[in-house]
Design a protein around this ligand. Structure first.
Ligand SMILES: NC(=O)c1ccc[n+]([C@@H]2O[C@H](COP(=O)([O-])OP(=O)(O)OC[C@H]3O[C@@H](n4cnc5c(N)ncnc54)[C@H](O)[C@@H]3O)[C@@H](O)[C@H]2O)c1
Length: 318
């Protein structure tokens, strides 16, 4: 099997590349390195079964020629940052929605029939049902990121119907772990490095979030690929627990042995589109025999330990 991973140099995509190579796949990594890192690929590129292509999913003709010969597409390239959506509204549309259309069109050109897509719990906006199931009432979008990913899901499902594609759509909560390079743990660690005596927290700190360790996330995707055979397979991926942002801050500070004064910016949400409560119903993926091996706290601590051991990453994102 030849797999083609868009965003394969990113946090999650590079781990997926490692796991696919270890399972005997040939892997093509396609990335524009906007946030991806070549150093995440040291292991993958040491394999003769891995090829790296520098390219941009917005360039449909380059993407189409690079995809030739692939059997399955893992489409992970995206603007993965929810927070700054309103500062550049076109970015989510171009990097996420139009780029996904390009991926689907490139697949159609080569008659490639399987796609794995990294969607998000953000597509549920601010739901009324907790834990939120995959078939929650049609969600009202609260972020441009969620809206762009929801549009991607719709297009992928339509290509399944129209062009005989089979899709695996995974709605992730926030993912944690090694190579993590954006999100709340990264932000807090960066701020505490600059000043361990003071920590600005966006919102009230009472936002409730669910997190999942990256290898547990990949275990779930690979299991669903093996066991789930519908035309459109949609799974929430998260743990059956959540924590308050304040709890996560306590774990991080204890691990770093710092006691900063916490300065809250206030309000229920940290930014426009920040959902005050994300907690997904994971019974569907669990019914396939999956269960996460790491708790949220372990995921947070492993992430901080990784960031401590990887100063080059902090410098590259400063
Ligand atoms: N990390 C999370 O908590 C989380 C949660 C929900 C969904 N997701 C989704 O999972 C996927 C991977 O996220 P991540 O955390 O690894 O992010 P990331 O930023 O580390 O990885 C994204 C990768 O895509 C590449 N990329 C971006 N735009 C591109 C383009 N136009 N052409 C080619 N490459 C491009 C980047 O260089 C990077 O390597 C994204 O689709 C994201 O929306 C992530």
């Amino acid at each position: 099997m030849k797999s083609f991973i868009t965003g394969g140099a990113g946090f999650i995509g590079s781990h997926v590349a490692d796991r696919l190579l270890a399972s005997g796949f040939d892997v093509v990594i396609y990335d524009n390195f906007s946030t991806g890192k070549e150093r995440f690929l040291e292991n993958a590129l040491s394999s003769s079964h891995c090829t790296l292509v520098w390219g941009d999913t917005r360039d449909v003709s380059h993407l189409t020629s690079a995809m030739k010969g692939a059997d399955i597409i893992f489409h992970f390239a995206a603007n993965a940052d929810v927070r700054l959506g309103t500062q550049h509204p076109r970015k989510d549309l171009e990097q996420n929605t139009i780029a996904t259309f390009n991926v689907l069109e490139a697949m159609r050109t080569h008659d490639i029939q399987k796609i794995v897509f990294s969607s998000t719990g953000s597509i549920y906006g601010e739901p009324d049902v907790f834990p939120t199931p995959e078939n929650a009432p049609f969600p009202i979008q609260t972020s441009l990121y969620g809206a762009s990913k929801s549009a991607c899901e719709g297009m992928i499902a339509a290509y399944c119907e129209g062009f005989n594609v089979q899709a695996y759509i995974f709605r992730f909560v926030s993912i944690l772990g090694e190579r993590y390079s954006h999100g709340h743990v990264f932000d807090f660690y960066k701020k505490l490095q600059a000043n361990p005596h003071k920590l600005e927290v966006l919102g009230s700190g009472h936002q409730k979030k669910s997190y999942l360790y990256v290898q547990d996330c990949i275990d779930a995707m690979l299991l669903a690929l093996k066991k789930s055979k519908n035309k459109v397979n949609i799974y929430n991926l998260g743990t059956n627990k959540y924590c308050e942002v304040n709890q996560s801050i306590q774990w991080i500070c204890k691990h770093l042995n710092v006691s900063p004064k916490l300065m809250y910016t206030g309000g229920e949400r940290g930014w426009i589109g920040d959902s005050p409560f994300i907690f997904l119903d994971t019974r569907a993926i669990e019914s396939l025999g999956w269960t996460p091996k790491r708790s949220i706290q372990e995921g947070v601590i492993r992430t901080v330990s990784y960031l401590q051991a990887t100063p080059w990453l902090m410098e590259s994102r400063s």
